[in-house]
Design a protein around this ligand. Structure first.
Ligand SMILES: *Cc1c(COP(=O)(O)O)cnc(C)c1O
Length: 428
């Protein structure tokens, strides 16, 4: 077998980049190792690798590409702005317009700060929650992922879980002591903990719909229960909507469950594929940050007009074209097809789906939390994954990630995907 272009690029990558990847989730460690495919181009629902192979893409770069790759409106906005300068180091109309658009689109978002990544958004929201409450503890949920700031890596899921780490090395004990990880969807555990230690808790931080242990929806009253408990103990409720905002409808996922948090964290889906994050919420809480208040957060690249132009273009298309019902319809087609194929072969699966976002777990139990997700069969996922890859369907290389149907997918891609998955189920 002759070496592919991916092989030779990855050989070069490993020589100069740890593990050959700039984000560990991109490695193939979660599927038993091997050479990741080196992708050179994205167009609509498709990715193309350096060997010229095309793939139907359900990874969507881990979430940002709600409109698919290189959407003409986003591309044109970037091109136009690039010629006007990419950074001014002063307020710019586009960042102001993006902030207005976010505040108009998201329930309870009165003031918002733009940052460049989801990591920064969460790290900053946690800091101002601590400043506002004068408390240090953060309650989060095991298997969630909130970026790679020190505190947020305690008990984290997603890429951290995929490479088999619980709490990564290099996190100071003091930081770890101030973070409590509880099981998602277990309101009694939250209640019990808060009754004991609620007066030390600055914030309860949650992905309202889990996207980093695979997709897990909140049970009935879980989110409203968190809001009530947080309020009763003087803690803030923070929704990390980096994956979920503008994913299921034009707004926050929390609104689907009738719950408005004190603070939101935004990222991936508001940048149109460029580095963009944001955090915000209640005006009195946001007044804690400099130059208004005593807490501090800053960013050289924050609110840069290039990312703001891309994000505005994306949100503009989403609000005008409302692709969500079609994403839901195509998601359901895939959902039903996959379940039917697995059942016919006697392969136990659980499929958790909301709209066009879902995870197919190889397990015979329900998946309602991280333990349930971890029980899914890693070996079977790895074989399924490799069969899909060979058939031209690209997913994130981990059983703890999601498939994303974008606005660029059509019934043709879904039909082709189901042909490939039919073969993959047969092969495992
Ligand atoms: C990806 C992610 C982050 C981190 O965002 P980055 O842009 O990778 O720093 C934070 N929270 C959630 C829910 C995410 O999915």
């Amino acid at each position: 077998m002759s070496a592919s272009a991916s092989d030779s690029w990855f050989l070069r990558a490993r020589a100069v980049i740890p593990g050959g990847v700039n984000s560990p989730s991109r490695s193939f460690k979660g599927i038993g190792g091997g050479t990741p495919v080196v992708m050179v181009r994205g167009q609509g629902a498709y990715l193309e690798d350096v060997d010229g192979q095309r793939y139907i893409d359900y990874q969507a770069a881990y979430g940002p590409l709600v409109l698919g790759h290189a959407h003409p409106a986003v591309t044109e906005a970037i091109r136009r702005q690039a010629g006007e300068g990419t950074l001014t180091g002063a307020p710019h109309p586009l960042e102001i317009m993006l902030a207005e658009r976010l505040c108009n689109g998201i329930e309870g978002l009165s003031q918002v700060r733009l940052v460049s990544t989801g990591t920064e958004a969460v790290m900053s929201a946690v800091r101002i929650a601590r400043a506002y409450t004068g408390r240090s503890r953060v309650v989060k949920f095991r298997g969630a992922y909130h970026g790679h700031s020190d505190a947020m890596l305690v008990d984290a899921g997603s890429g951290v879980g995929t490479v088999g780490i619980t709490t990564p090395a290099g996190i100071p004990d003091g930081v770890e002591r101030d973070v409590t990880g509880l099981p998602y969807n277990d309101i009694d555990a939250v209640l019990a903990f808060m009754e004991r230690s609620g007066d030390t808790v600055a914030a309860i931080l949650v992905e309202p719909v889990e996207g980093n242990m695979g997709l897990v929806e909140p049970g009935t009253d879980f989110l409203s229960g968190l809001a009530e408990i947080a309020r009763a103990h003087g803690a803030l409720l923070i929704f990390d909507e980096v994956i979920t905002a503008f994913r299921f409808h034009y707004g926050a996922a929390g609104s689907l469950y009738g719950v408005t948090p004190d603070l939101y964290c935004l990222g991936k889906t508001i940048g149109g594929g460029l580095p963009q994050g944001a955090y915000g919420g209640r005006a009195d809480v946001m007044a804690t940050v400099a130059p208004l208040g005593p807490s501090y957060q800053a960013g050289t690249l924050a609110g840069n007009p290039l990312a703001a132009a891309a994000g505005l273009a994306l949100l503009d298309v989403l609000s005008r074209e409302n692709p969500y019902p079609e994403m839901e319809r195509l998601g359901q087609l895939l959902h039903e097809g996959l379940i039917e194929q697995a059942r016919r072969r006697g392969i136990p699966v659980a499929l958790n789906r909301l709209g066009g976002m879902f995870t197919l777990f190889f397990t015979d139990g329900e998946v309602r939390d991280y333990d349930g997700a971890l029980r899914s069969d890693a070996g079977r996922f790895a074989r399924f994954y490799r069969a899909l890859l060979a058939g031209g369907v690209y997913l994130a290389p981990s059983r703890l990630e999601c498939w994303f149907v974008s606005a660029a997918h059509t019934q043709d891609e879904i039909a082709r995907t189901l042909e490939v998955t039919e073969g993959a189920f047969a092969a495992i």
